[in-house]
Design a binder for this molecule. Structure first.
Ligand code: K7E
Length: 654
């Protein structure tokens, strides 16, 4: 301890922070005493503190839970950099308050209904050869099963696709190793059609499954027509992962209702959680998405439901594309090792993590060595024959992340929800190596590229569900708590607590910052949602107001410190479209735009053009202005929308 302290002081002196080690020592000791800091605290601070202007090594994309957004922060500083509007309107970014963003949100209207929130769970970064390529980000909405695609060039959501057959999803979004598909597994079994079916029809009509969304990796869009659903029994599919290397082409999804239990607490029946936990095992679903993708091209292998191709269970089974393996009770995480050989599954109600060996699974498949079939005719592979080893970890194991020494030491980290711990163990030998307490009740954990073929080192983040006593009290609803853990030494060390005040971030993914190459401005007049020139692009000197029938088009520009035009007069009842272009080239010179009373707002980053349309349905005088404090003359950056009633005679006051 003493040595560390001395080292720290000499370091401080060496970098010229203080004139002498002695002064530093007394100053530091004084602060430590005043603030009650230990030497470990000082070390943790030194490992995370990032001086002004400093950059982080890793960027984390965290689900924003019920906010329907994504949170972006840096590691190790844990500084929040952005909230990305996804399923939910986000006013600062104009997300949902201008025409172009409304269009994207409208794609995500679920079964024809505008949905203004989302329950985001699992962000995923696009991959090339099994490693993050930093191009695209996908995330699911569990409540209204949808997948959103975010462009990592500008960190803006570009597409939302609605799942036409699921009624909830959980096991998504997960990219396949070359981003061929995004896997989205259903959660709560429900009829694929949108009709009424009583609970008695659960086993016969209710279904689960995995949707394989075809991804255009180049352009970052899901191609709906080339996507398909693998029908599965209503076993309540849960988390998923795509195989890689030797297991490339395969997908793995677990489930927690092998009981096919349908609840009924109001009738005196055991509640869902009791009925669904009766069996000692549930099922890991193993499916060959690559072969199924080929099969889906032939119309005789699919039925089309609500416009999407569905491969029936019997077709998948007949073609050796779908198998079940028993897995410990009520499993949650399923995580494929970096070389694709091992599949680690955690059972929430079991103290074990189970390691399956893909080689053994394929042996059984090749020899048709099955323990039997489930009621739907799906072959079941004997658990023991597929298993490599089981590790006794503690109470409530949930999720796994791999560490940089995965190859030599089987380095893996697992969250223990009930025990509130992160466990480091060896998945090759199933030996436990170390454990650290977290505060409290950890769900997911986030390693640095910890689920790719190339896991990085240094950190694990614990995504804790409860904070309880960790922060200043702010009422009954507490923030979530993300804890940064140093994994570079033999023993794990807790470094930092970050309160998350956005929603429950189920999963987060971290990427080396060096892999991201975002733009600082758009080419002049760009519509970010098409990537092309916006129809309303207007350059300096081209500003004009054009009337077509009762639709008034304003071609305007914004540049420090004026909006041009400054007066727009229309008739009550006219439709008004403001096309606005930010003419700035300077980095970070964003302008905003709003009109009094009309509930519109746009964010105009340098070079961007947006459209803002509304009906001028109220007579009066409505100031518009730039909403970003962009210059010393920002307040002067304004104009007037004047709406007059054409049927009224206005008396001059002059
Ligand atoms: Cu990926 Cu919260 Cu473990 Cu969803 S999680 S519930």
């Amino acid at each position: 301890m003493r040595r560390t302290f001395k080292r720290l002081l000499s370091l401080a002196a060496a970098v010229g922070l203080v004139s002498s080690a002695a002064v530093a020592q007394s100053e530091l000791e004084k602060i430590m005493k005043e603030r009650g800091l230990t030497q470990d605290d000082i070390l943790a601070a030194a490992k995370t503190y990032t001086p002004s202007g400093g950059r982080d090594k890793y960027i984390v994309f965290s689900s924003g839970g019920q906010s329907g957004q994504i949170m972006v922060y840096g590691v190790p500083s844990m500084r929040i950099l952005k909230f990305i509007g996804v399923f939910t309107p986000e006013p600062w970014q104009g997300w949902g308050y201008d025409d172009d963003t409304k269009k994207v949100l409208k794609e995500g209207w679920y079964r024809g209904k505008p949905i203004t929130w989302g329950d985001t769970h699992h962000p995923a970064i696009s991959e090339t050869n099994g490693v993050y390529d930093g191009k695209w980000l996908a995330i699911n909405d569990k409540a209204n099963p949808r997948i959103a695609i975010i462009d990592l060039k500008d960190f803006v959501t570009k597409q939302i696709v609605v799942n036409p057959v699921f009624k909830s999803d959980h096991g998504g979004a997960f990219f396949t190793p070359n981003s061929e598909y995004i896997l989205e597994a259903c959660q709560y079994g429900a009829p694929f059609d949108n009709e009424y079916h009583p609970m008695e029809e659960y086993a016969d009509v209710y279904r689960g499954g995995v949707t394989c969304w075809k991804f255009d990796h180049e352009n970052g869009r899901v191609i709906k027509d080339e996507s398909f659903v693998i029908e599965m029994p209503p076993y309540m599919q849960d988390l998923s992962d795509a195989g890689k290397e030797m297991s490339y082409g395969w997908g793995f999804t677990n489930s927690f209702n092998s009981e096919l239990y349908t609840g009924g607490i109001e009738k005196g029946l055991p509640p869902f959680e009791a009925g669904m936990s009766r069996n000692d095992t549930d099922y890991l679903h193993v499916y060959n998405w690559r072969k199924l993708a080929e099969l889906a091209k032939d119309p005789k292998n699919v039925k089309v439901i609500n416009g999407i191709k569905v491969i029936p269970i019997e077709v998948a089974v007949k073609n050796d594309c779908l198998f079940l393996i028993p897995e410990p009770k009520s499993p949650h995480g399923v995580d494929v090792s970096p070389d694709g050989r091992y599949i680690v599954v955690c059972g929430k109600l079991d103290t074990h993590a189970t390691v399956y060996d893909f080689k053994k699974i394929m042996e059984a498949v090749k020899n048709h060595d099955f323990a039997g079939k489930d009621p739907y005719g799906i072959p079941i592979i004997d658990m023991k024959k597929a298993m490599h080893c089981q590790a006794e970890l503690g109470l409530g194991p949930l999720h796994n992340q791999y560490g940089p020494k995965w190859k030599t030491e089987g380095e893996i980290y697992t969250s223990l929800y009930v025990d509130s711990q992160v466990v480091k163990w060896d998945y090759l030998t199933c030996e436990v190596k170390d454990r650290v307490n977290v505060n409290y009740n950890i769900g997911h954990l986030c390693g640095m590229e910890g689920k790719t073929e190339d896991p990085q080192g240094e950190y694990i983040i614990a995504l804790n569900k409860l904070a309880i006593d960790r922060f200043n009290p702010i009422g009954p609803l507490h923030p979530q708590n993300h804890q940064l853990i140093d994994i570079s030494g033999k023993k794990m060390k807790l470094l930092y607590d970050m309160p998350v005040p956005l929603g429950e971030p189920h999963q987060a993914v971290a990427i080396r910052a060096s892999k991201l190459h975002p733009e600082v401005r758009y080419p002049m007049g760009t519509n970010p949602f098409t990537g092309k020139v916006h129809e309303g692009k207007t350059l300096a000197g081209q500003e004009k107001i054009v009337r077509k029938g009762n639709h008034v088009y304003v071609y305007g520009t914004l540049v420090r410190s004026h909006i041009n035009p400054e007066h727009v007069t229309v008739n009550k009842g006219d439709i008004v479209t403001f096309y606005l272009t930010n003419l700035e080239r300077a980095e970070d010179e964003t302008h905003g735009f709003t009109v009094d009373w009309y509930n519109v707002h746009a964010s105009l980053e340098p070079g961007k053009t947006v459209a803002v349309t509304f009906k001028a349905d109220r007579e009066g005088v409505f100031p518009y202005y730039c909403t970003e404090f962009c210059s010393a003359l920002h307040l002067e950056m304004m104009g007037y929308l004047l709406v007059k009633d054409p049927n009224k005679k206005y008396k001059s006051v002059k």
